[in-house]
Design a protein around this ligand. Structure first.
Ligand code: MRU
Length: 357
């Protein structure tokens, strides 16, 4: 996808450096963050310089490749296991992270020598990134069939190309329909507390020239009640085997409103987000992040033309910050995957091909 008209990926490998678009600076500044060793790549995932299920999966894959490139011959296996453990403990919810680490680890350890292991790790990591971009492109083609001329689509959080390597999941059908010349209007909810909708989804849609409006999170029910939303498409961080979906906190409330108003709600996700070993949503680990994300808001000072942080809560008021919630499968009209649109049921998900790197 494009930044200022130039095609850009969200994350890439340069030699043994992992490079990524520095997301906390968006939309006000576009800069590259460079990680010189896997530990820095792990920090970047933990600190959400890169975020979104597909993007952190690809980044973790590159972090493993980076670890293989820098591992000592005599300790190749141990160095890789250490990196895998470190990267696994960065964030708990997105399935793509764990899938990608396992893929690169087994490619590297399956090689006969450390030199071959390094080549295998880089090839596996590049295949994960390319596969993520390809799957998201296909999600766009399948999902675009849901978007007729004039459709008003609501989305939550950022499941665009910044949350993947390219194209995105929830936004890919929108980009595909828009590029095909169909009129589409996107309701972008802010997505408190980190405002991925306001900062990232709005930025992406603007770069692609897609008509959109940013709305407060609390406005969607009102818009649905007034017949101003035709369709909801959101992303997913993990999909359980029964079709329950963990996604950014607030998704569940959007789903309840959509059901109440008869608005179809789809989840868009590559099959790398499906966790076949997780029976239902109650088993998905939900990340709790720092209360400071609730207390503080980052932004751009219009007085000083520089980044700034302000506190919005009284000193002494505690805050709670669950980062994800679970939407039960029965609230979903379907799941848009790279293999087509399927029902959010155990049998439909089990019938999908398993992803490979
Ligand atoms: O905490 P984040 O920003 O990494 O959250 C993940 C997300 O971007 C959303 O939950 C998104 O809707 C699904 S991930 C493609």
């Amino acid at each position: 996808m494009n930044i200022h008209g130039t095609h850009t990926r969200t994350v890439w490998l340069e030699g043994h450096h992992v490079c990524m678009i520095d997301q906390p600076l968006l939309p006000h500044q576009v800069e590259t963050h460079r990680c010189l060793a896997w530990e820095q790549t792990a920090d970047a995932i933990r600190d959400m310089r890169i975020r979104g299920a597909g993007a952190i999966g690809a980044t973790a894959g590159y972090g493993m490749a980076q670890a293989a490139l820098m591992a000592r011959d005599a300790y190749f296996r141990g160095d890789l296991q250490l990196a895998a453990d470190g990267l696994r403990h960065t964030r708990p919810t997105a399935q793509n992270l764990f899938w990608a680490i396992d893929q690169v680890l087994s490619a590297a350890l399956g090689a006969a020598t450390p030199s071959e292991g390094r080549l295998a790790a880089v090839a596996a990591a590049e295949a994960i990134a390319d596969g993520d971009a390809r799957a998201c492109r296909l999600i766009g083609q399948h999902g675009a069939h849901l978007i007729a001329d004039g459709t008003r689509v609501a989305t939550h959080c950022n499941a665009g190309w910044l949350a993947f390597v390219d194209w995105g999941s929830a936004l890919s059908p929108i980009y595909t329909a828009h590029r095909a010349g169909r009129k589409v209007h996107v309701w972008v909810d802010e997505t408190r507390p980190r405002r991925q909708g306001a900062r990232l989804t709005a930025f992406e849609l603007g770069q692609e020239g897609v008509p959109h409006q940013v709305i407060p999170d609390v406005a969607l029910g009102h818009l649905m009640a007034n017949g101003q939303v035709d369709l909801v498409i959101v992303g997913a961080d993990r999909i359980a085997a029964n079709g329950d979906v963990a996604n950014k906190i607030g998704t569940y409330m959007v789903a309840l409103a959509a059901q109440a108003h008869g608005v179809p709600m789809y989840v868009a996700a590559p099959t790398t987000t499906i966790d076949p070993d997780c029976p239902d949503g109650s088993h998905i680990p939900i990340e709790h992040r720092s209360p400071d994300e609730v207390h503080l808001v980052d932004g751009w000072s219009i007085d000083h033309q520089s980044p700034c942080t302000v506190r919005t809560t009284p000193q002494g008021s505690p805050a709670l910050n669950p980062a994800f919630d679970v939407t039960p499968a029965h609230l979903l009209a379907g799941i848009i995957t790279e293999h087509g649109i399927v029902q959010a049921t155990a049998s439909a998900l089990a019938a999908l091909p398993r992803p490979t790197a």
